[in-house]
Design a protein around this ligand. Structure first.
Ligand code: 13P
Ligand code: SF4
Length: 331
């Protein structure tokens, strides 16, 4: 695609912002798509909600809101747009639909799944409820709507401890991430009964890797996501949701930082924090990386890949996500 003067005029200011993380040769392909998407968004009254793991050309050039999964759910509820394009994975698009069922929610690639969401089914949750009668079920949002429908309340990495403690019980079933469950257990006296799911991105990091990086980079701040294994979290300086990590960098401006999470996070946070040096061993999420500008444009043009959830599931799952949003974010 050729960049004409009009496209150049409109996209050059964006490129100046992201030039440190996107090579100019790549921008020549992105610019015409960005231009088209931004025009079409206005014409169709569509909003683009993007997760922090989306690539910088999506995060910085077409997203109206770019945030962690809790904020994306809140924004989906608040929006006045007719169409929500969710740039992230399937469970995030389903959550947007649950928060605002009258909107048309589109996911640019229906194959964008999540290893945590696929680790558990509604039937598994019913089996656990039978095994632990009366124990409330707290479900991480990284699950299908069907699993949420079997749950008492949802949580994200930004409010897991707060949600667990909000129930006032001495025991909870916490699904499906075994590492997140272990992390929450270190922060609360409530007994946590967990499942066996893991995130294929965060489980790959090791404590040895963190120790080596710290040795090679004295003074570096290492930030982890709570989906990391316990020994990785223990070797780090701060643990939080994707937006929690981003806010830490913004507030503390460390000289050097390592974000122990998906690769695009460092690129996205780097753009707004030019004086911070990012040390980048990272892992790619193959699901998040299915979303591209080309697919966003196609999905917006044709209004394909609509998220549809049976009414009965919506009614039950909605209660669990709305309860989560009412609890709010941990401080
Ligand atoms: P956040 O809720 O922290 O944005 O994380 C979502 C996710 O999928 C992390 O792997
Ligand atoms: Fe799921 Fe992990 Fe990808 Fe997040 S990074 S969407 S938890 S597979």
């Amino acid at each position: 695609m050729e960049i004409n003067e009009q496209i150049k005029k409109e996209t050059d200011p964006i490129y100046q912002k992201v030039s440190k993380v996107i090579p100019e040769i790549e921008w020549a392909f992105h610019a015409p798509l960005i231009h088209k998407i931004n025009i079409l968004k206005k014409q169709k009254n569509a909003v683009v909600l993007a997760h922090n793991y989306q690539t910088p050309e999506i995060f910085h050039a077409v997203a109206d809101i770019a945030a962690d999964s809790l904020a994306l759910a809140v924004e989906a509820e608040k929006t006045n747009a007719d169409i929500i394009i969710l740039c992230g994975v399937h469970f995030m698009a389903e959550t947007a639909k649950l928060m605002n069922p009258n909107k048309k929610v589109l996911l640019p690639d229906m194959g964008a799944g999540c290893s945590l969401a696929s680790s558990i089914t509604g039937k598994d949750v019913r089996m656990l409820k039978e095994k632990y009668p009366g124990v409330p079920v707290v479900t991480y949002v990284n699950t299908s709507a069907e699993v949420k429908a079997e749950s008492d309340i949802c949580c994200t990495s930004a409010n897991a401890v707060r949600v667990v403690e909000s129930l006032g019980t001495d025991k909870v079933i916490f699904l499906p991430d075994q590492y997140m469950a272990k992390y929450v257990q270190t922060k609360t006296k409530v007994q946590i009964i967990s499942w066996v799911g893991t995130c294929i991105v965060h489980e790959k990091f090791s404590a040895q890797e963190i120790k080596d990086i710290k040795k090679q980079n004295p003074g570096i701040k290492v930030l982890t996501h709570p989906e990391c294994p316990p020994e990785v979290i223990a070797a780090s300086d701060f643990t939080g949701s994707t937006s929690g990590m981003s806010n830490y960098v913004k507030k503390n401006q460390p000289k050097k930082v390592m974000l122990v999470t998906e690769c695009s996070m460092s690129d996205n946070v780097q753009v707004d924090n030019p004086n911070v040096r990012f040390i980048r061993p990272c892992n790619l999420c193959p699901h998040m990386k299915r979303i591209s500008l080309q697919k966003i444009l196609e999905c917006l043009e044709k209004e394909t890949n609509e998220i549809l959830i049976p009414e009965i599931i919506i009614k039950k799952a909605q209660k669990a996500v709305e309860r989560m949003v009412a609890v709010g974010r941990s401080h």
